[in-house]
Design a protein around this ligand. Structure first.
Ligand code: 2P0
Length: 327
């Protein structure tokens, strides 16, 4: 007998960043984080369990993934088996819907979709909170992709207490969008997992980061309540830069940002000066994401297109939709 489930999860971008783990095995973060969930980028995953399967297999975008590259997935499936007291292995088919060549595939949508598909297949009847806890075990940021709109991941102190929830926003996200500027660079990538671990362990600026992140979370929540875009933007821009500065304080230091990243930041500053509020944030790579009010979106896009080509500039709405069960 085969049992299967299929789910879709959207990716999310942190406005207040998760950077550093208190527990590497359980993926408990050092600080709370807060994100928006994007309409345009998502993952659809079908999982089928069967006594006929002797191991887990993963097909990603139509291609079988090697055992070497599936280790995180195997570990995650072991957690699912333990949680569901099942010994069945699974065949997983996953498709990432991201613009071609954009390189924006995300472990956040991947593990959120996989957690929800397993929940469906194995009839686990998990609440959103428990789904968030499960998705977190695959990748920390996946805990937030269970929810649409704004979501906060409460760091908690253990597996039980570390999960995300949505933040009431009175539909404000409908007025906002995010513009991605895709910067292709050749430099060797430091994974977010190793980057955050190295920074937590060695950065001279890391304690400063921890000392100020709760204030940032509180400020963002207040800005959402008051629908105060300027306040929101100023806080998220500062928080993102502060995260990147912790990497500069690591020993040895490193940076995800490249000259084109700074070029985009400069364009954002110019747009603001011209009276079009918009604010940037960057993650574990050189791409820049710009939060903007929808009515100003086109102005910012036009400004970016003076320096970047059309494939590099992609706008996405923020979606209300959290995890979706598909069949
Ligand atoms: C975030 N990032 O809050 C931060 C900001 C990147 C920069 O979460 O080790 O793939 O799997 O828990 O979730 C990316 O890290 O890391 C990330 P793991 P994850 O979105």
């Amino acid at each position: 007998m085969n049992i299967s489930g299929k789910a879709r999860a959207h990716t999310n971008i942190a406005l207040i960043k998760y950077w550093g783990k208190a527990n590497e095995d359980l993926i408990i973060p050092m600080n709370n984080s807060l994100s928006v969930t994007l309409d345009k980028f998502y993952t659809e995953t079908k999982v089928t369990f069967s006594p006929d399967y002797k191991k887990d297999t993963l097909i990603l975008n139509g291609q079988e993934v090697s055992e070497e590259q599936s280790k995180k997935i195997y570990r995650f499936m072991d957690i699912v088996r333990e949680r569901s007291q099942s010994s069945l292995h699974a065949h997983i088919e996953s498709v990432n819907y991201v613009p071609t060549a954009a390189g924006l595939a995300s472990s956040a949508s991947a593990y959120a979709a996989l957690a929800a598909a397993c929940n469906e297949a194995l009839d686990l009847n998990m609440s959103d909170k428990d789904l968030s806890r499960l998705a977190r075990r695959g990748s920390g940021s996946a805990s937030r992709s269970i929810f649409g709109g704004f979501a906060e991941w409460e760091k908690g102190i253990d597996d039980e207490t570390s999960y995300a929830h949505s933040i009431e926003s009175d539909g404000w996200e409908d007025d906002l969008s995010m513009i991605f500027v895709v910067i292709n660079n050749q430099s060797k990538k430091v994974s977010s997992r190793s980057g955050m671990s190295h920074t937590r362990d060695t950065s001279r600026f890391y304690q400063y980061w921890l000392d100020h992140v709760d204030e940032d979370i509180a400020s963002v929540k207040q800005a959402i309540k008051q629908k105060d875009f300027k306040h929101l933007g100023e806080v998220i821009e500062e928080n993102g830069l502060r995260m990147h500065s912790t990497n500069l304080g690591a020993q040895p230091p490193f940076s995800y940002l490249v000259p084109e990243s700074y070029e985009v930041m400069e364009i954002v500053h110019k747009c603001r000066k011209a009276g079009y509020p918009c604010y940037f944030t960057m993650d574990a790579g050189p791409n820049v994401k710009i939060l903007v009010e929808k009515n100003n979106q086109q102005y910012i896009i036009d400004a970016l297109l003076e320096s970047f080509n059309e494939e590099q500039v992609i706008a996405s709405d923020i979606t209300h939709t959290g995890i979706e069960i598909m069949e």
